[in-house]
Write a protein that binds this ligand. Structure first.
Ligand code: UD2
Ligand code: MN
Length: 580
């Protein structure tokens, strides 16, 4: 079947990722993949040779096929077996009106059984796989704020109906200060019929991230399994996740996230062989391993896929390991970016993130969050990502800032980062460079945007450093004095020195580089979308005034002057560009 996490049903952040991803699809993937694959194969090989029980290798059993919905009470009910449902002609208006309650087809969600059957979408071979008899128990943590009642119930029932109950220590519902009356009036009563379900009512809105932390602090199982509150767990979803954590407590195991269609509520499977990745500036997305790579490395549908980052919502993690890692950065607000934070932290501090193809959970992907953000949504997410960048990205954080153009100058207060940086030191975590080389080698992450000599296109002359100023001279690629880097923060750097305009005098000077000084920033190329005529110009944007670097060869001088597309002496080119 087709990959149904189609763009229209992905959250905006994901959509952006998928869009920009098409451009660079498969770029540089092959060498990276063959590395990972050999490891995966080695693991699979090992597994097939350790099937006999022993003291250090206790007994194993086939993944239990628990699904009490197999012979449903009402096989003819709408949506049964995960089939699509159509809104009856007379109900179109009502369905439309109710959409905004959850930003999906709430009318249909209410119509289909809360314990509907769905198709077993696991790849062949999953049902035969062995897992250990003594798997750890888990607390399933579901945080929600004003979740659609029927969707919340379906999530809980799918866990209860398709999990070995001895492995479920509890289902912890963390109510993030919901305000819907119906929910408040009925939740405790409804859930009281299930001894495994516990409810934690937060006294104020924590936001998803801190709500999960409240859940983790209250959890009593060995493993934490986080789920969104609009999911349907498929047959055999839990044991393969717990098996990975059991094998190595530093493995963080994610199910394949399938799609519950937001319009017709059908349960749709997704393409195999997808990794969780990100593109700059830290947009999550899925990237399919190219078919030829799959074929060449004989990757099987059931093979575990190691991922640079996780989607965020659905995963199992050893509880003590989660706390050892310092949980999520508690300074992250409401929603967003926490998946990046945890992913970098896990990989850089000795763990692994995996997608387990034999574990599958459906999720309703929505175009927009159906709840309000205490502060601006964009700003909240960007601030979270900035915290992540400042703590984990080292020198590569410039790529993050450089790709999110608006991020550079908005002066968002990211809050105190001392604790997070100290944690990273205490845990002895590796560098982001290590992460890129070993975990995500197919990500393009050039540390500068352009480099080499800086040539005036019309004059064919280059900028050169003379004493403490910059002049125009004959180009000499071997001269150290003519080497410049154009950074993602838009500085033109010569070592520690930056080209700086002096707008008052119309001249240029050298200034000690400082990433925070926006008076050192030059626009180059990136201005093209707004000012196509300025492509190749090096523009200094001084509030409302645009000033361009201009060369004068007879006097060997450089100046800044009003930008003028017809002045050829204002066109500049670096020797080398690293962008696509
Ligand atoms: C994705 C993740 C989600 C989370 C999010 C933020 C998946 C399938 N989903 O977006 O789990 O990691 O990215 O990066 O990977 N919630 C609260 N309090 C709040 C806001 C949300 O409890 O203030 C709940 C909400 O009811 C839901 C969960 O948190 O159950 C995730 O929110 P979402 O479904 O809006 O996020 P999603 O799936 O768009
Ligand atoms: Mn969700």
């Amino acid at each position: 079947p087709q990959n149904q996490r189609e763009m229209s049903s992905l959250p905006p952040a994901l959509q952006r990722a998928v869009l920009s991803q098409n451009k660079t699809l498969y770029g540089g993937l092959e060498p990276a993949r063959s590395n990972l694959t050999s490891k995966i194969q080695a693991e699979a090989h090992q597994k097939s040779h350790t099937n006999t029980p022993s003291s250090e290798n206790p007994g194993r059993h086939r993944v239990l096929r628990i699904d009490v919905t197999l012979s449903p009470r009402d096989p003819k009910a709408p949506g049964q077996f995960g089939h699509p449902v159509a809104v009856p002609p007379g109900k179109k208006k009502e369905a439309e009106q109710r959409w905004k309650e959850g930003n999906f087809n709430v009318y249909l969600s209410d119509l289909i059984p809360v314990d509907r059957a769905i198709e077993d979408t696991r790849p062949a071979g999953c049902a035969e796989q062995l897992v250990h008899d003594n798997l750890p128990t888990t607390s399933v943590i579901m945080c929600f704020v004003d979740e659609v009642w029927s969707a919340l119930l379906r999530s809980v029932h799918s866990v209860l109906n398709r999990s070995p109950l001895h492995l479920i220590k509890e289902i912890l519902l963390v109510d993030d200060f919901s305000t819907k009356e119906y929910l408040k009036a009925n939740l405790d009563k409804y859930m009281s019929q299930f001894p495994k379900v516990r409810i934690l009512h937060l006294k104020e809105r924590h936001g998803l991230i801190r709500a999960r932390l409240a859940g983790a602090q209250n959890a009593t199982g060995d493993v934490l399994t986080f789920l969104d509150s609009h999911v349907e767990c498929n047959v055999g979803w839990l044991e393969p996740l717990l098996e990975r954590v059991y094998l190595n407590r530093k493995k963080v195991a994610c199910p394949v996230i399938e799609v519950i269609n937001d319009k017709d509520m059908s349960y749709m499977t997704v393409d195999n062989f997808q990794r969780g990745v990100f593109t700059w500036p830290m947009n999550f997305g899925w990237r399919t391993i190219p078919p030829d790579v799959v074929a060449k490395n004989r990757i099987k549908e059931t093979d575990i896929i190691r991922c640079p980052v996780m989607a965020g919502g659905l995963f199992s993690i050893d509880k003590s390991y989660f706390f050892e890692l310092g949980t999520y950065d508690p300074g992250l607000n409401v929603w967003g970016g926490e998946n990046m934070e945890l992913s970098f932290k896990v990989w850089m501090c000795g763990g692994e993130i995996e997608i387990i193809p034999c574990s599958r959970v459906g999720h309703i992907f929505r175009n927009d969050n159906p709840y309000s953000f205490p502060k601006d949504r964009m700003k909240t997410v960007e601030r979270n990502l900035m915290r992540v960048a400042e703590v984990w990205l080292d020198e590569y954080k410039e790529l993050f800032y450089g790709h999110g153009d608006h991020l550079i100058d908005q002066g968002l207060d990211v809050g105190n980062l001392t604790q997070q940086r100290e944690l990273r030191k205490k845990l002895n975590c590796k560098s982001f460079k290590w992460y890129l080389e070993n975990v995500f080698p197919d990500l393009k992450a050039p540390i500068v945007r352009a480099s080499g000599v800086l040539i005036n296109v019309a004059l064919g002359k280059c900028i050169s450093i003379e004493n403490t100023t910059a002049i125009l001279d004959d180009c000499d690629g071997s001269s150290k004095l003519q080497q410049f880097n154009y950074t993602w923060l838009r500085l033109i750097k010569h070592g520690e020195w930056c080209l700086a305009p002096i707008p008052e005098k119309g001249s240029l000077s050298l200034h000690l580089c400082d990433n925070r000084n926006n008076r050192l920033r030059w626009l180059h190329k990136s201005a093209s979308a707004f000012h196509p005529e300025l492509v190749e110009h090096i523009v200094f944007e001084n509030y409302h005034q645009l000033l361009c670097m201009e060369g004068n060869f007879s006097q060997k001088t450089l100046k800044v002057a009003a930008c003028n597309p017809v002045v050829p002496n204002q066109k500049w080119k670096f020797e080398k560009y690293y962008e696509d």
